[in-house]
Design a protein around this ligand. Sequence first.
Ligand SMILES: Nc1ncnc2c1ncn2[C@@H]1O[C@H](COP(=O)(O)OP(=O)(O)O)[C@@H](O)[C@H]1O
Ligand SMILES: [Mg+2]
Length: 553
Amino acid sequence: MRWDWHTWGRYRQIAEILGRHGFFFVLDSLGLSRHLPWGWRMRQSPAPSIDARWPERLRLVLADLGPTYIKLGQLASTRSDVLPPDVVQSLEHLQDDVPPFDFAEVTGILASEWGADYSTLVEHVDPEPLAAASIGQVHRARLADGRAIVVKVRRPGIVEQSEADFRILRTLAELAEHRWPWAQEAQLTEVVEELISALREEMDFTIEARNTDTGRANLTDSDEVVVPEVIWSLTRSSVLVLEDLPGEKITDGAALARTGREPRQLARTLVAVIYRQIFEQGFFHADPHPGNIHLDAEGRLIFLDWGLVGVLSRVMRHHSVDLVLGLAQGDSELVADALMAMNGNRWQTDRMRLIRDIERLRHRYYEAQLGSFPVGQALSDIFRVARRHHLQVPSEYLLLARTAVILDGVVRQLDPAFSLVELGKPMALELIRQRLDPRNWLGPALGAGRRSLASFMALPGELERTLATLSRGEVRIVLEHRNMDHILWHWEKLANRIALSFLLGAVVLGTAWVVRRQQLTHLPGLPFGTYAFVVTLVLAAGLFLAAVRRGRL
Ligand SMILES: Nc1ncnc2c1ncn2[C@@H]1O[C@H](COP(=O)(O)OP(=O)(O)O)[C@@H](O)[C@H]1O
Ligand SMILES: [Mg+2]
C-alpha cells in the first residue's frame, strides 16, 4: 500500500465519516482510530454500536463517501447471500443524488474526445442536464443532420478517484479478514474484488454501448419494446451517445393515462419481456427500476441504461427455470437439485439436509398468497440457505435474484395484485416443454458433437437426478473398476504379444542357426546354443498356451 498524502487524507476522511455515523467500534476494531485528529473524537456524541438502525446508518456512510461507494453499495445490494436482509434492503435504497458537474466540464470532455471543432458533428448540446448520477450525467443534444440524441458523459476524475478508493477498500477488506471471523467466512476480499471489477466495467461506456446493442438486437422483433440505437462513431469509454427516445417513467400515472395503457396489462408486458430476456435469451437488463424503464407516447416500453446486465449460459438458464418452477410449485426437491446443479462444488453438500432447510423456508412463504409471493425475496433467501450448505452461488444468479426484487417492486406499483409467479409458472412450464422436445436438444447435441455432461443437463430432470446420483454414489466406483479391468486386459494382451514376438524371433533365429550347423542329429554332443534354443521354444509355447487359455492374445 502506497502511503502517499492523498491516500492518507482519504483514510482520514473515511474514518471521520464512519465516526460521524456512529461506527467508532469499526474504527477501533480495525485499528483505524489513529487516523482521526486529536480532540475530534471527544467532540462527537457517544458512539452507538450495533443497533436496529445500523443498516440505515451504513447507507448514510456510503452516501457521504461519494460516488464510488454509492455505486459499490448499490452493487453490494445484490449480495443477498452474504449480507443480512435488512442491510440489503437499506442498500437498495441507496440513491445517487449527486449534484451535476459544470457544463464547461462537459464541453471540455467532449472537445477532448471528439476534437475541438466538434460542432460540425454535433450541432447543439443542451447545457441543462437531463439527469445526473454518480458515474455520469446525461444531456440532450442534436446531430448535425438534425437527429435528436442524448450524450452521457462520465464524471470527470471518477476513474482516478475510484482506483484510489479501490486500493483503500482492498486494504480494509484484508484488515477485516484478519480481525473478524465473519469477514473471513464471507470471503470478503473476494466479494470486494468482484464488486470492483463490476464497477470498473460500469465506468467503461463502450461496454454499456455494446450491451445496449445486444439488448436492442434481441428485442427488435417486439413491437411493444424499444431500445435506443447507439451512435458508435461518437461513443468513447467516457462518452456514450444514444438516439433520444423521449418518455416518462413506467410508473408515472399521468403518462399511463395519456397513453391509455392499462397498468395491469403493462405489468404483464414488462414481466414477459424480462422473463424472455432471462430464460430464453440469457441476456437481461439487471436494473429495471422505473428510472430506467420508460413509457413512450405510443405506450411502448423504453429500456434505457444497459450499464448492468446479467448473462446466463444455456445450462444456467435451464437451472434458473427449474429453480423458479420449483419455487412456484413448492417443490423443495426441485429447488435443491437446481441449486446443486448451479454449483461446481456440490460434493460437500448433504442433499437431504438442503431439502429440509428449503422446506422450512417454504413454510415461511406458505402463508403468502400466490398473488403476493415475493419471488425476488424468496430467491435471495434460498441463496443464503445454499451458502450455508457450502454451495457458492455464481454471481449471475445473485444478479438474477436482485433483478427479480426490483421487478417485484415495479410490478407491485403498477398492479398490487399482480404476481411474478403467476406469469412465471406457465412460462417455465412452456420452456421445459421446449427443452424436452427432441428437436430442441437432439440437434445441437448431435450436431456440435459436444457430448459433455453439460449437454445432459438439457434432458429431463429425472435423468439429470439419476446422473447426479450415479456420479456421487458407489456406482461410480464400479464403473471405474470396469474400465480399469478393460484397460488392464488390453495391456496384458499387448505385453503378451510383444513377448511372444520376441521369443518367436529368437526361435526363428535359433532354428536357422541350428539347421545351418546340422547338429540336430548328433544329440549327445549338443553345443550350448542348441539347449538354449530348445528351452526358448518350450517357454514360447508355454506363454502362448497360457495366453490363449486366458483369452489374452
Ligand atoms: N436514449 C435516451 N433517450 C432519452 N432519455 C434518456 C436516454 N438515455 C438516458 N436518458 C435519460 O437519462 C436518465 C439517466 O440515464 P441512465 O442511462 O439511466 O443513466 P444512469 O446510469 O446514470 O442511471 C434516464 O433516466 C433518462 O431520463
Ligand atoms: Mg439509470
